[in-house]
Design a protein around this ligand. Structure first.
Ligand code: C2O
Ligand code: CU
Length: 484
């Protein structure tokens, strides 16, 4: 049955309904620490990230085996400013090879951390690049071909925040961990102390959990001391699509999408995020009140896609916000926010088509030795992405932030008008994107495009593109050891 009473928790597993009532929201939200960094004489900001295994007590008295960066679960929040040179020393202390990909980052292909930049156990990989894109909430996670779902759901994920002069000067909540909170949402399922990562059916969307957690905290609450709080929402789930809103239906301001701030804040009640997508929202609180960030059944998901694995109505209580009796006043959200730096359709010199099926993209499964597409540095293209069957998919492109031009021939909704690197593509839907490749070129090292439902990616719903200079040909991909 469906529990609609006040205070009831809307969590569902296959057969049982959990109504924790007043005992819910018993855990204070963990906020990932800001990663320590040091600055080399040449100005490069250096971070250390170590992939390691451990245990975490999500449920009292139960030690769950986990993976994490610099800790037991998830990773610290990396933070850098536009124009800065960054370097990350990525050490692998796991028993198997993995990679770390900087999702949403514009950077050279050899630094991207895709399946070609494997880090063997005991090894350290040190990518470096110059941050050259607007302020944004990006993230990082492993990307080993065929094993990404497993590596992410064991706990390897973290946020990478970028700042710029413009964002620093805006009157937005920006005190990390106080009025500016990362909200990393994952769905999980437990079998005693262990994670249950099993799939419930074959040829489905992959793993779906029966409850959510935020920043690795089950049943979380966050204390709010300011009138306005900014939530940086990240769907770090492997397959689940969310539609975030508040239990009391209150409006919030959408201020940013995957690749940064919108030109103008948009008042909204729901924001849908498929795996990999981000949204920055600002919500206003009254002194002493409580509200719950909830995920409602997402639109356009296709009849029962998540529900049938979940046994419920697809509603999850995600995070309770508790306002103090006295709140520090915060300024209104400014009218003008970012300056969008998105490609224009009128500059496009060619188009490409991507047909999505769980069995592959354009009828082909990922092959690490094959370059599927060759694009020219500095050029803008129109990418038409069609979901050719009923299974939900999304589409993520490395290195770029694109503009969504159309969804089934219509102008996209406000939430898709900002900078995007991942877009949901419901069953039998077509999206059109304007994509510009700013380089640098490297004919031998590919970037990826793929479905970010990680099970689909692992099955081979992924392709490779190289960026070349005008007139240059694609090179030859070197496939690292341990790959087919
Ligand atoms: Cu978030 Cu290709 O990945
Ligand atoms: Cu998919």
């Amino acid at each position: 049955g469906l529990a609609l009473g006040g205070g009831a928790v809307w969590l569902y597993s296959d057969a049982k309904v959990s109504t924790a009532g007043s005992t819910s929201f018993g855990n204070e939200l963990a906020v990932p620490p800001l990663a320590k960094s040091r600055v080399k004489p040449d100005g490069t900001r250096v971070f250390d990230l170590t992939m390691q295994s451990g245990h975490k007590e999500f449920i009292q008295g139960k030690k769950t085996p986990t993976w994490g960066f610099n800790g037991d679960y998830l990773g610290p929040t990396l933070r850098a400013a536009r124009g800065e040179k960054v370097e990350v020393k990525v050490a692998n202390r796991l028993g198997e090879a993995s990679t770390v990909h900087w999702h949403g980052m514009h950077l050279p292909a050899a630094m991207d951390g895709g399946p070609h930049q494997m880090v063997a156990p005991g090894q350290t990989w040190t990518p470096h690049w110059t941050v050259d894109q607007p302020a944004a909430s990006l993230w990082y996670h492993p990307h080993p071909h065929g094993r990404t779902e497993k590596h992410v759901q064991r706990g390897l994920a973290g946020m990478f925040l970028l700042d710029d002069e413009r964002s620093a000067g805006l009157a937005l909540p920006k005190t990390y961990g106080v009025d500016d909170l990362p909200v990393i949402v994952q769905d999980v399922r437990f079998d005693g102390a262990e994670f249950d990562h099993g799939h419930r059916l074959m040829s489905d969307t992959g793993f779906l959990g029966d409850r959510t957690m935020v920043n690795g905290t089950l049943d979380p609450y966050a204390e709010v001391r300011d009138e306005r709080v900014r939530l940086r929402l990240l769907n770090a789930s492997t397959a689940r699509v969310y539609a975030f809103g508040f239990s009391d239906g209150r409006e919030f301001s959408l201020i940013g999408t995957d690749g940064g701030l919108l030109e103008q804040a948009v008042p909204m009640e729901r924001i849908r995020l498929s795996p990999g997508e981000r949204a920055e929202i600002v919500v206003r609180m009254e002194p002493g009140e409580k509200t719950v960030l909830r995920s409602f059944p997402p639109r356009d998901l296709g009849e029962g896609w998540q529900k049938r694995f979940n046994g419920g109505d697809d509603t999850f209580d995600v995070l309770q916000l508790r306002a103090h009796r006295e709140l520090r006043p915060s300024p209104q959200v400014p009218d003008r926010l970012g300056g969008l730096e998105l490609p224009d359709a009128s500059d496009a010199v060619r188009g490409r088509f991507f047909g999505l099926r769980t069995s592959g993209i354009n009828g082909r499964k990922m092959d690490m030795a094959r370059i599927d597409e060759t694009v020219t540095r500095g050029e803008t293209e129109i990418w038409t992405v069609r979901n050719e069957h009923g299974t939900p998919h999304n589409f993520h492109v490395h290195d770029v932030q694109f503009r969504v031009l159309e969804v089934d021939g219509e102008r996209p909704p406000a939430e898709l008008r900002g900078a995007k690197d991942t877009v949901f593509v419901p069953g039998r839907t077509t999206v059109k994107l304007a994509v510009r490749f700013d380089g640098p070129s490297d004919p031998d090292v590919p970037y990826m495009y793929h479905c970010h439902l990680l099970y689909h990616e692992d099955l081979g719903m992924m392709g490779q593109f190289v960026v070349v200079d005008k007139g240059q040909k694609a090179g030859r991909v070197h496939v690292p050891d341990g790959h087919q």
